[in-house]
Each structure stands twice: as C-alpha cells, then as structure tokens.
Design a protein around this ligand. Structure first.
Ligand code: SF4
Length: 242
C-alpha cells in the first residue's frame, strides 16, 4: 500500500486551506521578490509547497540542506524536482573541512554517543548551511505543520524572527490527509521512503521507519528523549515568541 492509499483523506476545510496557502505564497512572492526562499526538507509537505510555487510561476527560490548523510532516495528526489519542474534547487552542503574534522575527531557514529555530539553534527551539517541559504533573504518558507508533534502544536502561519526575517509556515493547519490528498490529485513527485512508513525523513543515520500507532516523528532521533527531538532549524532562542 502506498502512502497515498494510506493517507490521502482531505479534511472538510481542505479547499479553504489550499486557497489560503496559495494566497500566502503569491503575496509573499510579490512582497519579497528575489529575497525569499523555500527551505525544503524534501518531505511530503515541502513537495506540496514546491508544486504550488512551480505551478504558480512564483519567483520563490528553492533551497535544501544536502547534509552529506541523505538517503539515495532523497538525493534522487532532488534531481527529480529539477527535471520535473525545470527548477533549480540550491543544495547547501556543510563546509568540507568542518565535516571531515568532526568525523575524524568523533567518528561516523558520533550522533549516537550523546545529545551534544548529535547537536554538533546538526549544527555543522544543517544550521550553518541554512544560515548561508538564508543570507540576504528577508523571508523563508517551511513545511511545518501543527500536527507534526507536540512541540509544533503552536506553529503560526507567519512569525517574525529575532533577526527581522519573516518565516512563513503556509501549511501550518494542514492535516497529513490534506498533504497526501494534494499529492495524489496533482501527481506530485515524492520520496518513495514515504511508501515504506517513513513519514518524516531526515539524514539516513537519524531516520527509521515507524510502526503502526507510533507518533509522526517517532522515527527521528528515536534513541533520544522526546524533548531533544529537533535539529535546531526550527527552535527559537529563549525569549523569542513562537
Ligand atoms: S540529523 Fe543526524 S546525520 Fe543529520 S546532521 Fe543531524 S546528527 Fe548529523
């Protein structure tokens, strides 16, 4: 059974949500011009956003974090986006020396040794490249949804970050069923790992399939405490409102 068979069930307000998301993307593109980027995780939600951006011919750049640890299926999807939509995806990689030095010092499996080392790996493979992707940008777009985890239950449609940059989460109120309904109806390319019970896909060493009844993000950093389960991309510094 595919992820579409399993999940594509639109909510009653699906059409209204779709209209709202389309309007948010269209007005953000008009407002920010060349200074807005979709930071795609290449997950199902982000594929919906990329599809809307492509079909709307919106002037929103697409960028992703090519951490050096992605599954082959994820890398193949990256190439597929470019061929399917004719869009260039800016793949931000970690600084080579920093990645090599980290592995030399701590080994290939450092992320399993401690939360500190896992976060250090995320910092050099994700946070630093993200900061370069967002350089000179006045706004960025994510596929965050409230339903994804307790920690994301309060995700707003838009938030002003401490540095003044606008963060847009146009799918904040979409359900998982809405996401897959959109993908099914629009023939959106997606990561085949979703068909193998990977709802949330990150780096290969830090992602596993989930079992029936497990939480959406149970397959991410599964060896860690629930509270630690973010890579830092969407964590606010203390004192900054959500
Ligand atoms: S998700 Fe895992 S492999 Fe990827 S950057 Fe974080 S710790 Fe490293």
């Amino acid at each position: 059974m595919s992820a579409i068979d399993l999940h594509a069930r639109p909510s009653d307000s699906y059409e209204a949500k779709l209209a709202h998301t389309t309007a948010v993307l269209t007005s953000a593109a008009a407002e920010h011009g060349s200074r807005i980027v979709q930071a795609t995780s290449l997950g199902a939600e982000d594929m919906v956003l990329t599809d809307l951006i492509a079909k709307g011919h919106l002037s929103i750049a697409i960028g992703t974090l090519e951490t050096g640890m992605l599954h082959p299926e994820t890398l193949a999807l990256l190439a597929r986006i470019e061929s399917h939509y004719g869009l260039r995806v800016q793949a931000m990689q970690p600084r080579h020396e920093a990645a090599v030095h980290f592995v030399e010092q701590h080994g290939e499996r450092a992320m399993y040794q401690s939360i500190e080392l896992r976060k250090a790996c995320c910092a050099l493979r994700k946070l630093e490249p993200l900061s370069r992707l967002l350089e000179a940008k006045t706004a960025w777009i994510t596929g965050l949804r409230r339903e994804q985890s307790d920690g994301r239950a309060g995700v707003p449609y838009t938030e002003r970050e401490a540095n003044g940059r606008l963060k847009l989460n146009p799918l904040a109120d979409w359900t998982w069923g809405d996401v897959w309904h959109y993908i099914a109806v629009n023939g959106v390319p997606y990561n085949p790992l979703h068909d193998q019970f990977f709802p949330s896909i990150g780096c290969a060493p830090c992602t596993r399939a989930i079992s029936l009844g497990e939480d959406f993000r149970a397959g991410r950093w599964w060896w860690e405490d629930e509270l630690a389960k973010e890579c830092g991309l969407h964590v606010k510094p203390e004192g900054v409102a959500a």
